[in-house]
Design a protein around this ligand. Structure first.
Ligand code: HEM
Length: 225
């Protein structure tokens, strides 16, 4: 009972929610690094990409991983909304001018638009799953029994509008990570360090850049990216 009360107190406090937002956000960044790296196999060969996806989907542990991912996503979203609402309640009248104070303030376009870039991710993920995870099922000709996800990716990114949407979404996700990584560590009590913040910003560029390369190269270089 005492543990239950402590957890309740933690999750209803601003700092508790910020810490939850930080831990779940940093773990989601871990997923993005793995997902982006795996996706780059598309540039190795169709078989490399399909075999990698097959190994993931045919592993029974995938259900646990998917459940964990969903739980992280929901917890991150809920804590993000509650923290934003709390910030708004604490300052019911917004600042008149949205000026960026310059150093040592860490306020930036990325930091003040976290809720909006977050909403775009919320829109992006279900649409993305609809297109790929639940999209057309092709069987690989080279490897019967293996899903030809490579073909699906090539087909989707043959459309300019689709490529533009992905590039836009990846840039916005990049903005979210630009601020999220460093501030996540700060919420967990890691003292502010410029190096850590810069590392997070570089990571955001690598993740968003790696993802963006896929639709662009598939579109401009055709069947063999
Ligand atoms: C060019 C960029 C991307 C490509 C080509 C891509 C490709 C794919 C493919 C092919 C799958 C289906 C995997 C399968 O069913 O085995 C997938 C699943 C998924 N993608 Fe992406 N993805 C991209 C970007 C992203 C981004 C930016 C996010 C998150 C913000 C994301 C989140 C997910 C999630 C959550 C799944 C479901 C994983 C699962 O249930 O196992 N993807 N992606």
């Amino acid at each position: 009972m005492a543990a239950h009360d402590a957890l309740k107190r933690f999750l209803t406090s601003v700092i508790g929610r910020k810490m939850l937002m930080a831990v779940t956000g940093l773990l989601l960044i871990g997923f993005l690094i793995a997902h982006m790296s795996g996706n780059l196999l598309i540039f190795v060969s169709p078989e490399a990409f399909n075999d990698y996806s097959h190994a993931l989907i045919s592993n029974p542990l995938i259900y646990i991983a998917e459940f964990g991912l969903l739980a992280l996503f929901v917890a991150h979203l809920a804590s993000g909304i509650l923290v934003t609402r709390n910030n708004k309640l604490a300052r019911p009248v917004a600042y008149q001018a949205d000026e960026y104070a310059g150093a040592p303030s860490r306020k930036s376009i990325a930091s003040s638009t976290m809720i909006y870039s977050g909403i775009l991710v919320l829109l992006f993920v279900p649409l993305h799953l609809w297109s790929f995870k639940f999209g057309a099922y092709y069987e690989s000709a080279a490897d019967p029994g293996v899903r030809d996800l490579h073909r699906l990716v090539i087909e989707k990114f043959a459309h300019a509008g689709y490529v533009a949407w992905y590039v836009l979404a990846m840039i916005v996700i990049g903005f979210h990570l630009w601020h999220g990584f460093g501030s996540g560590f700060e919420s967990l009590g890691v003292k502010y360090r410029k190096g850590l913040r810069r590392f997070g910003q570089a990571l955001a560029v690598v993740i968003a850049g790696g993802f963006t390369m896929i639709p662009l190269l598939v579109y401009f270089m055709g069947e063999q990216p």
